[in-house]
Ligand binder design. Sequence first.
Ligand code: AMP
Length: 438
Amino acid sequence: MTNTNDNIDAINVLVVGSGGREHALCWALRKSTRVGKLYCAPGNGGIANVAHRVNLGAGDTDEILLMCRDLKIDFVVVGPEAPLVEGMVDRLDAAGIASFGPSAAAAQLEGSKAFTKELCDRYNIPTAAYGRFDNATDAKSYVNQKGAPIVVKADGLAAGKGVTIAKTIDVALIAIDKIFDGQFGDAGNEVVIEEFLEGEEASFFVLADGENVLELETAQDHKAVGDGDTGPNTGGMGAYSPAPVMNTPMRARVMEEIIKPTVNGMAKDGAPYKGVLYAGLMITDAGPKLIEYNVRFGDPECQVLMARLDCDLLPLLMASHDGTLDKVTAEWKSDVALTVVMASKGYPGPYEKDTLIRNIDAADKVDQVTVFHAGTALEGGKFRASGGRVLNVTALGRTVADAQARAYEAVDQINWPSGFCRRDIGWRAIERENAESA
Ligand code: AMP
């Protein structure tokens, strides 16, 4: 690997967040020879193995700033979207503390769907045709005029729950009422209504430093709670990397048609984009189209990316902050990585908390497997579930089928009667592998 930071002294790093994504980031950063002390605020039960936990939440910006001084933190990695949209990076900048992530102005790429749609209009970035409305009457007449299927979205951050894929006009009209009835708070002050796109979805990750772009890797996730991609949507029940649909020509097309115009456009508009840019794409018959941007690593996609990363993560994140991404390269294992999310029974609806989980160690010992923790608490040496999505059992393999077999071998070591997982993560890619080898 080449990088600009060969001579830096060990530096102290703080990761902000508490999910499987943050465990994976801490795990990758812990392997860096350049990281001195590693902290995570607030972290979770499993993160304690790789980083010192600090009892502050992602919303406690004032306290985090003070703590950075006390603990001599040199670099902060902000994991989740909410503190980015609320301006944590701007506050850190003002305090002279280097960090990884976009400013509040640039985080609008995730914070407002209407913002991103208008950027796409200005810079000719392919995306679904749309209308945006601040009242139900106009939104409904647009739906009546366009017909179904159609997609209704709350404008702001709604933790992945503000999107309705309406197969009928009636469902779309009800979704519009729900948004304007205040179900999503301020996120529902406006609605974006989109053409329904058909094709295969994929996620593409890049780092940007305001000007330069470094391609990372691709992934595909499973949002639905049930096998065969059925049932309600969740934060993600599993993922794998790479996404087979994102072959080399498609990646080049996405870079030219979507990513570069976005990063150049943001710079031109006075909100240069720094951090990881995660493009949610639909690969349609007419080519790639942008569904949405996220301004952070995906969760659970980060887990599979970190499992495949074959170089030091820290210099890449620092180059994004320093504006030197043109001077670094990223190396990746050619293996496939696949992660299975184990969740509390009942999720994404109500679920029991504080249930005992045994034998995580045995799962971790399976060859090529790492168990990342999301909603766990460590009490008296025992792990308990403290959230909906709880563990991310992540495996490497030569093929998706290999990685899947290893991941489920490890899942089956875990003794957690109150938990469940999907049994078919990666099924589409495995069908494709089987078809190609037939
Ligand atoms: P978003 O929060 O915008 O990513 O939407 C959540 C999910 O809804 C996406 O991952 C897609 O599966 C689906 N989706 C969003 N917009 C569209 C669209 N215009 N056409 C088809 N599916 C969509």
